[in-house]
Design a protein around this ligand. Structure first.
Ligand code: ZN
Length: 263
């Protein structure tokens, strides 16, 4: 496959509470959020954008994720792992050139080390923080996912690498959006027919964050989180990008899901 296309997938969902996603909201009510990941096919080699949960989560959630499962419970089957879902579409692990990480939280790191030819692209600040998180953030990083021997990494340097153009043709750009985590980046995809889509990832979990009606239930900096949303608003006003929020049970079903695609 050499056409430029964006495919949307999910590795199941996470059961949590409303307040884990929308700060101080919900009065303890249950919530269930999708766990997306994305494939961009490209003639110069494909990119996986995040990878959802590690497939081990499907069979041994507590063993693999530990105590964080008391807050976020993964609902996932083994055939929902990213490698299995790509194989089902005829894409072999060897065909992935880049694994582009928005950040290194546990529900995004399922692709790392599973694609033998891939260069893993991440913000250096995020990578370093993942090894030395503060106490309140530590449960979100599963070292087994990203501390693997022999990985090829490409580190981006915050604002210095903002709007980094992965292929050099404008198709795939990173947008530095810290606040949810110290080195979070969102992804701007520009396609030949569908135009631009802004994958906010966790810089806007839901449209309530996007519309500045809620703060996220988890973040490393409220000020950075709010400013990153404003930065993305400016970007959308210039590019007319369609906004794809990160863990949004209301918006997510409205998008085309693999095997359907945007081109
Ligand atoms: Zn996250």
């Amino acid at each position: 496959m050499t056409d430029i296309r964006l495919y949307m997938f999910q590795t199941g969902s996470l059961k949590c509470k409303v307040h884990n996603i929308k700060m101080n909201q919900g009065n303890g009510a249950d919530y269930e959020i999708p766990v997306p990941f994305f494939l961009l096919t490209h003639p110069d080699g494909h990119t996986l954008i995040d990878g959802g949960n590690a497939v081990e989560t499907a069979t041994d959630p507590k063993g693999y994720w530990g105590g964080i499962t008391d807050v976020y419970w993964p609902v996932m089957r083994e055939d929902q792992g990213c490698v299995a879902q790509l194989k089902k579409m005829g894409i072999n692990p060897e065909d992935i050139r880049y694994v582009l990480q928005s950040h290194l939280h546990l529900d995004h790191t399922g692709a790392i080390g599973r694609f033998p030819n891939a260069t893993h692209i991440v913000q250096r600040r995020e990578y370093e923080y993942a090894f030395t998180p503060d106490w309140f953030a530590a449960g979100g990083y599963i070292r087994n996912d990203f501390d693997r021997p022999g990985l090829k990494w490409e580190f981006l340097e915050g604002e210095g690498n903002d709007f980094y153009d992965i292929y050099g043709d404008g198709t795939l750009k990173t947008v530095f959006t810290p606040g949810h985590s110290p080195g979070h980046q969102s992804i701007l995809v520009t396609l030949p027919h569908s135009g631009s889509l802004l994958l906010t990832i966790d810089a806007a979990y839901t449209m309530d964050h996007w519309d500045e009606k809620a703060l996220p239930g988890f973040m490393s900096s409220a000020v950075e989180a709010v400013r990153s949303v404003q930065k993305m608003h400016m970007l959308v006003s210039r590019t007319n990008a369609q906004v794809v929020t990160g863990h949004d049970p209301d918006a997510w079903p409205t998008f085309r899901h693999a095997p359907e695609y945007y081109d």
